[in-house]
Design a protein around this ligand. Sequence first.
Ligand code: COA
Length: 390
Amino acid sequence: MLSANFVEKVCVLGAGSTKYGKLSESIADITTQASVAAIESAGIEPKEVKASYISNVFGVADKQVHIGPVLMSRLGIPDRPSLTIESACGSGSVSFREAYANIAAGFYDCLIATGVEKVTHTGTEWTTTYFAYCSDFFYEGQAGASFPGLFASMARAYLTEFDATEEDFAKVAVKNHDNGYLNPKAHMQKKISVDDVMKSPVVASPLKLYDCCPFSDGASSVVLCSEKFAKEHGGDYIEVIGSGRGGSPAALQGREHLTTIPSTKIASEQAYKMAGLTPKDIDFAEVHDCFTIAEVVDTEDLGFFEKGQGIQAVREDRTKLNSDISINPSGGLKSKGHPIGATGIGQVVEVYDQLTGKAGERSVKDAKIGLTHNFGATGASCAVHIFQSV
Ligand SMILES: CC(C)(COP(=O)(O)OP(=O)(O)OC[C@H]1O[C@@H](n2cnc3c(N)ncnc32)[C@H](O)[C@@H]1OP(=O)(O)O)[C@@H](O)C(=O)NCCC(=O)NCCS
């Protein structure tokens, strides 16, 4: 675990995103748009940025890998280093963590972490196949178990083990679409009903179309800096107070239970310990809801609810915006969208907007502490971060 003997406190000084959805611009263009938006939001010049961390999985789909130097050239700072990080759908949170650790250790005073993905032009068959390369392909992908199928296995296990129904899962999607409806950058900015979910086509039983996140394009970026740098440059900033990472067996068959994700528990325990907080202190959380079942399992593994009680909380509307704990005020992966390399950074953008009063109609009232939770594949890798307003 990270020791607390860091040189610097780490802050997020600015944040920006493209809209998520089907985008026509190139991967290089959307990477640049989000990064410029984050730098402008921070109120600094590009030359203040000493390095970049880029999270991306399938740059090859848009004929551009090694995106970092392209971005730095476009920002007019080609002499600055960059590093591309791939950790499947959890790439964003891992690159955020690397950027965080570099500031904390005193290597740099100001960095950007930018996540990007562009896959909607490739078609469902290509994208489903390539995404399956992020699973343990020998045991899962090549046997035909794509991500909807793997999460369907988890959902079936949850329905069997606990007092839950498919309508309860549908309520997760309805809530996240309600939140995403208030988010102008969301891929699916429309309200849906439980009936809409129940009548939507079955993708992998018991999961239906509206239980699944969509394939999305999009880019998100944040400026990280030392506290000293943040104070000198003014503007709105938030503080990173907890960071944790964990792992789980890559294939579901290696797990003891299908209704819990070990990496979430490991990462969140580290983050809570570092922040000196418990789950009860969290005002809102952006969690990895690639499928409705995932959000329920996440909220239990993060300690917000007892095992098997996450679904009860959904049934009682305790995870809605401004209820007991606002889960996915942005609309989450389900409604905001899931451009896989960008998602973990997009979560930090939402926390920044919430804690600096920029979240508009979807603001979590009096929020002081926000948490991000982002994993790769079925949770083989995971990172959790905790932030507080200043
Ligand atoms: C669910 C899924 C199979 C649907 O793909 P698809 O059948 O190719 O859907 P299409 O792109 O042809 O879209 C068909 C319609 O459904 C809508 N749609 C697609 N995916 C949707 C989703 N997840 N939720 C709601 N609506 C969706 C489209 O907007 C479109 O609506 P329209 O006809 O009104 O324009 C696909 O979105 C998917 O696999 N999602 C999961 C992605 C994933 O695994 N990510 C990694 C997680 S770990």
